[in-house]
Design a protein around this ligand. Structure first.
Ligand code: ACO
Ligand code: ZN
Length: 166
C-alpha cells in the first residue's frame, strides 16, 4: 500500500507497486506507440520508485509516469556533466484527460527525481504531440533540440528539459 502523494478530485497519485505493472502496461498499450518489455518496467520500478508513479480513480489505474536517472552532458550548461532524470513515458487514459492528472504526474515525478538530487529532468516528445508539449511547457520545460527521425516511423522528437535549483 502506497501513500497518496497528491489528490486531484477523486484521483490519487501514488508510487507504483509491482502489482500495478500489468495495468500500467495496458495503459501504455492503449495510449502510445512506444512499448517496452515487462523486464524494462520492472527494472525502472526497482531503480527509481520515487519517480515511477500511478494515478488511480475508484481503485483503477488511469495513468502512469516512469523515469530513470542518467549521468551525462547537461542540456543547459556548456561543459557540465550532470545527474539527469529522464521521463521515459507518461500517459493518461483518454476518458480521464484534461482534469490535471497528467500535470500532477509530471509534478510528482519532478519531486521524485529531486529527492535523488537530479540537476535536470528531460524527455523526448513527438513534434506533432502538441497536447504533451503544452503540458511540459506549462511546467517549465524548454525545447532544447529537435531530434531528426527519432521515432521508428521517422517522426522527429523535441528534446525538452527543465533545470533544478536547490
Ligand atoms: N489541448 C491543449 N492543451 C492541453 C491538452 C489538450 N488536449 N492536454 C493537455 N494540455 C496542456 C494544457 O496546458 C493543460 O493545462 P490546462 O488544463 O491548465 O490548460 C496541461 O497540459 C495539463 O493538462 P492535464 O489535464 O494535466 O493533462 P492530461 O491529464 O490530459 O494528460 C497527456 C496529458 C499525458 C499528454 C495525455 O494527453 C496523454 O496521455 N496523451 C497520450 C500519451 C502521450 O502523448 N504521452 C506523452 C508522450 S511523451 C513522453 O512520454 C515523454
Ligand atoms: Zn526518452
Amino acid at each position: 500500500m502506497q501513500v497518496a502523494l497528491r489528490e486531484i478530485g477523486n484521483c490519487v497519485i501514488r508510487r507504483c507497486d509491482l502489482s500495478d505493472l500489468i495495468s500500467t502496461m495496458e495503459i501504455n498499450l492503449k495510449t502510445l506507440p512506444e512499448h517496452y518489455s515487462d523486464y524494462f518496467y520492472e527494472s525502472l520500478l526497482a531503480e527509481l520508485p520515487e519517480a515511477f508513479l500511478v494515478a488511480e480513480v475508484d481503485k483503477k489505474l488511469v495513468g502512469y509516469i516512469m523515469c530513470k536517472i542518467e549521468y551525462g552532458f547537461s542540456n543547459f550548461k556548456k561543459l557540465g556533466f550532470v545527474k539527469k532524470g529522464h521521463v521515459v513515458s507518461v500517459a493518461v487514459l483518454p476518458e480521464h484527460r484534461r482534469k490535471g492528472i497528467g500535470e500532477g504526474l509530471v509534478l510528482e515525478a519532478i519531486g521524485g527525481v529531486k529527492l535523488k538530487k537530479s540537476d535536470e529532468l528531460y524527455l523526448e516528445v513527438r513534434c506533432s504531440n502538441s497536447d504533451a508539449v503544452k503540458l511540459y511547457e506549462k511546467l517549465g520545460f524548454i525545447i532544447k533540440q529537435r531530434l531528426k527521425a527519432y521515432y521508428r516511423d521517422g517522426e522527429d522528437a523535441y528534446l525538452m528539459a527543465i533545470e533544478f535549483a536547490y
